[in-house]
Design a protein around this ligand. Structure first.
Ligand SMILES: NC(=O)C1=CN([C@@H]2O[C@H](COP(=O)(O)OP(=O)(O)OC[C@H]3O[C@@H](n4cnc5c(N)ncnc54)[C@H](OP(=O)(O)O)[C@@H]3O)[C@@H](O)[C@H]2O)C=CC1
Ligand SMILES: O=C1O[C@H](COP(=O)(O)O)[C@@H](O)[C@H](O)[C@H]1O
Length: 510
């Protein structure tokens, strides 16, 4: 087990939703699992006027998120945990002299023995990230001569390529790249990390992991919910920025990358950058027109319940052209993947919540069993990222009896069968990694920029191009029918069911 040094976590924007809903429950789990160092404290900092006691009540003692998650826990556990929380009112502005904050940090450091090690967590609107970094540096709170200083930065990391570059440069003016941890919570998911193990710790998959054996790759990220209370944020973002540019391209990079030399964070991140840089950028409008589909969910009635359309959601413009569905076809320009199409889609208000990767294998060169009733392209490796986490291999078996009738069978593995293992939640795992100085599961500046390089032309075309379509789909269906055209000629979308082995998208010709 890695060493977690004594340290202080300073959260900017600590009065907000993320702190209460994700960060504190993750820290509480780490505390219960005895993963926090002996001297560990949290200092919340924001503009809201609160005392230490009020902050403790808000995020720990009276937090509905902790209440819900840790129902059976004795109150004294929470009380001991809450004593580690402190709060500093920034006096109404993040862009101010951090002299008072510095004095508070120094006093707490001396009293609580956190040895000068500080993790800053930027959980404010992104427009404040650079301002906070600048003011920390001005107060000398970025220097590492008396303990390390690190900074976790929340998404969204930029709005497009230009703003992402500007933000990277802005932060790097005050903190070294090695101090900056850009969080992508998908990288904290066990099953996303398992993509690396599946590929590089087995000898049965990697020899097949190339254009000679793989016909196409399909990735689906579906959510059954709509935009919920985040209409305002989402309407200026959309599916491509919200999910595809970050989480899904991170998954793509793990599928596409070459084997790293070892498991050192930089070795892995170097290969991921190379992978992202090898995605073929769609340069002309026609390619983007033909290879992308965007759509919005419409109002519908599901089981007698009426569901709002996207444009009726709070915070969303009545004439909004923001997509809640995006499907993209693309190619990877390198030796391994030449001519293998990738189909990636992400959407809200789908029939179920599921994220999975499907590797579709090619048919054998010669069909021996003509009467098989099954096409060999039915060989699939399905990596279920969530829920029902696991891996499924689909292959043909002989039907008992005369002749050679072939039927499809499943070899399946479920993470839940590893019952003794406590699977850490994404924020828990990522916080612990950063606390230990392990950046493997955090995105590096060049990774983020490479992902934006790919996405930018699509965003530009969707905004300014001619003949750009916005399709509609009823809530609770698998997106617009037009999305089938994207994958036509090669098969059809898998449209996965809630269970790993469910396969409503089954098609004998696929
Ligand atoms: N919530 C979530 O699930 C997720 C959030 N994120 C990202 O994490 C960051 C924090 O998110 P979240 O906690 O939901 O955000 P909130 O809107 O709840 O904001 C966090 C805090 O930022 C402070 N703040 C400073 N300036 C402003 C301003 N102009 N408008 C609103 N708040 C301001 C507020 O504190 P005060 O007024 O006290 O200073 C607020 O409590 C954001 O960058 C978000 O994109 C990323 C993924 C998921
Ligand atoms: O980052 C985001 O992710 C969530 C989906 O996360 P998951 O872990 O539940 O799959 C998404 O709902 C949200 O819009 C997006 O900002």
């Amino acid at each position: 087990m890695k060493n977690t040094e004594n340290q202080m976590l300073v959260i900017f924007g600590a009065s907000g939703d993320l702190t209460a809903r994700k960060l504190v429950p993750a820290l509480f789990n780490l505390y219960l699992d005895k993963q926090l160092p002996e001297n560990f404290i949290v200092l919340g900092a924001s503009r809201t006027n609160m005392t230490d006691a009020e902050f403790r009540n808000k995020v720990v003692l009276e937090s509905s998120y902790l209440q819900e998650k840790f129902k059976d826990l004795k109150e004294d556990h929470k009380a001991t945990f809450a004593n580690r929380f402190f709060y500093e009112d920034l006096g109404g502005d993040y862009d101010t002299d951090y002299y008072t904050l510095k004095k508070r940090i120094e006093a707490l450091n001396d009293a609580e023995g956190t040895e000068g090690n500080i993790m800053y967590y930027l959980s404010t609107p992104p427009t404040l990230y650079e301002t906070i970094a600048k003011n920390l540096a001005a107060a000398g709170l970025n220097t590492q001569n008396n303990g390390w200083k690190r900074m976790i930065v929340e998404k969204p990391f930029g709005y497009d390529l230009e703003t992402a570059k500007k933000l990277n440069k802005g932060l790097q003016n005050y903190f070294k790249e090695s101090q900056i941890y850009r969080i992508d919570h998908y990288l904290g998911k066990e099953t996303v990390q398992n993509l690396l193990v599946t590929r590089f710790a087995n000898s049965i998959f990697e020899p097949l992991w190339n254009r000679n054996y793989i016909n196409h790759v399909e990735i689906t990220n579906a959510e059954s919910v709509g935009v919920e209370k985040r209409g305002g944020y989402y309407d200026s973002s959309g599916a491509l920025r919200d999910m595809f540019q970050n989480h899904l391209l991170q998954i793509v990079s793990l599928i596409v990358m070459e084997p790293p030399i070892g498991d050192h964070p930089e070795e892995i991140r170097n290969e991921k950058v190379k992978a992202l840089k090898s995605l073929r950028i769609m340069k002309d409008d026609k390619t983007i027109h033909d290879h992308t589909i965007r759509a919005q969910y419409m109002g519908s009635n599901i089981d007698g319940k009426s569901i709002k359309g996207y444009r009726e959601e709070d915070g969303v413009a009545k004439d909004s052209l923001t997509e809640t569905y995006a499907a993209i076809k693309f190619f990877v320009d390198n030796w391994r993947w030449k001519d293998v199409p990738f189909y990636v889609r992400t959407a809200k208000r789908m029939p179920t919540k599921v994220t999975e990767v499907v590797i579709h294998f090619k048919s054998p060169h010669h069909q021996i069993f003509q009467d098989s009733g099954m096409q060999s392209k039915d060989n699939k490796l399905i990596i279920r990222i969530q829920p029902d986490e696991g891996i499924l291999v689909k292959f043909g078996v002989k039907v008992p009896g005369q002749g050679f009738k072939v039927e499809r069978a499943n070899l399946d593995f479920y993470y839940s069968s590893l019952a003794e293992t406590h699977v850490m939640e994404a924020y828990e795992r990522l916080l612990l990694d950063a606390m230990q100085g392990d950046a493997t599961l955090y995105a590096r500046a060049d990774e983020v920029e490479a992902a934006w390089e790919f996405v930018n032309p699509i965003l530009d075309y969707w905004k300014n191009g001619t003949d750009v379509r916005m399709y509609g789909y009823a809530s609770g269906v698998w997106g617009p029918v037009n999305a089938d055209e994207l994958i036509d000629g090669i098969g059809m979308w898998r449209n996965p069911g809630p269970n790993l082995t469910d396969d409503p998208g089954f098609c004998v010709l696929c």
